[in-house]
Design a protein around this ligand. Structure first.
Ligand SMILES: Nc1ncnc2c1ncn2[C@@H]1O[C@H](COP(=O)(O)OP(=O)(O)OP(=O)(O)O)[C@@H](O)[C@H]1O
Ligand SMILES: [Mg+2]
Length: 226
């Protein structure tokens, strides 16, 4: 049986620009995300892809509508509990890696674990395993500026995996990379789906990633099409 890890029901989101002007970005959007699959979200610039991803990833709340993770109705949680839920269950990879410049690759992957209460030594052990799994065992002591763009993004993938999330969201994770480094990240995503049974939801303009995806959602005029 296919497991639905996440169900979004009738999401509405608008941005109020002035008393008279309201921008309706998502209109009654419902969708389901299957576990252990790569789902991608495509659509024109400004169509609402990032807005949708932020709702699905619990970084923002809708004006109305619900999101269920398995059976948990997440927007009924307080902001504090929602943040805890996010730290425990959700990983993010963004277009720009957002690594902390002062810290090494190893520290960047360890810090989120330590924030969730894991000891320094356990976090470091796990971070070493994760960095090895993304092919960076010989770059652990490099700071972001001492890594290539592709390597920085692989650190960001390792960091997204650090708290053993149920699901990883990516907003243009290869948008800033050349084709060779983009392909390496795509292969890594496939590998993580198959080895760790990870679930991915990724906004992308990259046709190669769309081809590799198990499911494609298109946003147009505030609606989502499969
Ligand atoms: N905080 C905000 N306040 C007002 N308008 C916003 C806000 N965030 C986004 N918008 C508008 O909502 C629409 C959807 O934005 P969104 O960032 O979701 O688009 P997108 O599909 O991710 O585009 P891109 O491919 O360019 O990243 C855009 O027209 C944008 O200008
Ligand atoms: Mg966007």
């Amino acid at each position: 049986m296919v497991e639905k890890i996440l169900r979004a029901q009738s999401l509405n989101k608008s941005y109020r620009m002035s008393k008279k002007l309201r921008l309706d970005v998502l209109k009654d959007v419902s969708l389901e995300i299957e576990a252990n699959k790569i789902s991608v979200i495509v659509g024109a610039s400004g169509a609402g892809k990032s807005t949708l991803l932020h709702l699905l990833g619990a970084l923002d709340r809708p004006d109305s509508g619900k999101i269920f993770y398995k059976d948990e109705n997440i927007f009924t949680l307080s902001d504090n509990r929602l943040a805890k839920f996010r730290n425990k269950n959700i990983g993010f990879i963004f277009q720009f890696h957002h690594l902390l410049p002062e810290f090494t690759a190893l520290e960047n992957v360890s810090i989120p674990q330590m924030i969730s209460g894991i000891s320094l030594s356990d976090a470091a052990k796990k971070s070493k395993e994760l960095l090895s799994s993304v092919g960076l065992s010989d770059r652990m002591d490099h700071k972001p500026a001492e890594l290539s763009g592709g390597e920085q993004q692989r650190v960001a993938v390792a960091r997204a995996l650090a708290n053993d999330p149920q699901i990883i969201f990516g907003d243009e994770p290869t948008g800033n990379l050349d084709s060779k480094n983009s392909e390496a990240i795509h292969q890594l995503i496939l590998e993580l789906r198959d080895t760790l049974k990870m679930t991915f939801v990724i906004v992308t303009h990259n046709p190669n990633l769309v081809k590799l995806a198990d499911k494609v959602f298109e946003i147009k005029d505030g609606k989502v099409f499969i």
